[in-house]
Write a protein that binds this ligand. Structure first.
Ligand code: FEO
Length: 392
């Protein structure tokens, strides 16, 4: 995609990464991503807002080939998908300075070896006039790293929102209303990247209410010309609302745990509880993360392998614990051959969640009548707890 004008003298100059399938060597990207950099030309100064992942430096530099001068590079975020091409930009534009938050300066020096004398730090809400265009820098720590900030362009009412409101979505169009996939991609992005920072994001969303925003231009995925919908979605995701949903990530080695999951699914579904189950041997863990955005309960299902849980279940539990969804209840089900410490291991792995742990159901071998009765009891407990908490 070539540079495109968003508003008069405001251009998208980023890069679309159609083929990237893993982010941070961790997060699945089924739809690729983009690194959105923006060029803002005032009558006196020219600013580049963020750069691109170093793997696509050539694309950004080609997009800037007709730009003779850049006065400032705004570095919202030191993570390399934003900042990794700053050294190349500074190399071409010898007088350019980097603008960032005080914490951002330290990280840029450490991570990218950018000389400190080429970095200017700005305070929260500090303005910068470019001549006819005024930037206002807003510190947004922990959205996603401690140094993160975003920029509001006052005259054009554009919020350059860095990772916030982003989506990992490679698209031929620049705008969200041109791509039906964006809603799911934005929720996946929130779940995989932003969910651990829910309470911080909540505060910032309230703060943005006092800004008149016509356009949201994030660092990843499409731009929002009508930002109401994406703001409302985020407000719902960070709210305390819980859905009457049970997420069941599981693995079954010889079929016993799967029979337990089948039974639990049936009983809960009959009672009107939505069940989202993920067989972790084939599941997209990004979808599992999305399911936890507003689910009330999680039940991990695992066989016992060498006295512990199946490694895929341990990995999923680790991920859920790290993403810190607003789950309220959790439990563990599974089968063992003769014994083991699977429950202790998974409970420990999930210990960062603020959940009530409901009695686990661990059976030996293939489920028997009493085992199904215990699963019925677990289902009944979940349904009762949801009801007591007005989760319908
Ligand atoms: Fe787009 Fe936190 O990186």
């Amino acid at each position: 995609m070539k540079p495109r004008e968003i508003k008069d003298r405001v251009l998208w100059v980023g890069a679309v990464d159609w083929d990237r399938r893993l982010f941070d060597a961790l997060i699945p990207l089924p739809d690729g991503t983009s690194y959105n950099a923006y060029l803002i030309e005032g009558s006196e100064k020219t600013v580049l807002v963020d750069t691109v992942d170093p793997g696509m430096a050539g694309t950004l530099m080609a997009h800037l080939s007709d730009v003779d001068n850049i006065d400032f590079v705004v570095s919202h975020h030191s993570e390399q998908d934003h900042s990794g091409t700053i050294p190349a930009v500074l190399d071409r534009y010898k007088d350019a300075k980097v603008i960032t938050s005080p914490k951002g300066k330290g990280l840029l020096v450490e991570h990218l070896h950018i000389p400190g004398e080429r970095i200017i730090t700005v305070a929260d809400e500090e303005p910068l006039s470019l001549g006819g265009k005024t930037l206002e820098f807003l510190h947004t720590p922990w959205v996603h790293w401690p140094e993160t900030m975003i920029t509001y362009l006052r005259e054009d009412k554009i919020l350059f929102s860095c990772d916030l409101f982003g989506s990992h979505l490679a698209a031929s169009g620049l705008y969200a209303d041109e791509d039906w996939r964006v809603c799911e991609a934005a929720k996946r992005y929130y779940a995989e990247v932003m969910m651990p920072f829910r309470s911080t994001i909540k505060k910032h969303l309230d703060r943005f209410d006092s800004y008149d925003i016509d356009i949201i231009a994030p660092s990843h995925g499409p731009i929002y010309k009508d930002p109401g919908c994406i703001i409302r979605s985020h407000k719902e995701w960070v709210s305390d609302y819980l859905a009457n949903t049970v997420v069941i990530p599981y693995v079954s080695m010889h079929g016993s745990t799967e029979l337990m999951v089948d039974h639990l699914t049936e009983i809960l579904s009959e009672a009107g509880v939505r069940v989202e189950r993920f067989n972790l041997t084939v599941a997209d863990t990004g979808k599992m993360a999305m399911a936890t955005v507003d689910a009330a309960t999680i039940v991990m299902g695992s066989p016992t392998v060498l006295a512990g849980a199946h490694p895929l279940v341990v990995s999923a539990a680790f991920m859920v614990n790290a993403l810190r969804p607003k789950l309220k209840f959790a439990s563990i089900i599974g089968s063992c051959g003769w014994g083991g410490k699977m429950v202790d291991q998974l409970s420990g792995t999930l210990s960062g969640l603020k959940v009530d742990m409901l009695d686990p159901v661990i059976i030996q071998g293939k489920p028997k009548v009493k085992d199904y009765e215990n699963l019925d009891r677990l289902a009944s407990e979940i349904i009762t707890r949801h009801g007591e908490n007005n989760i319908f």
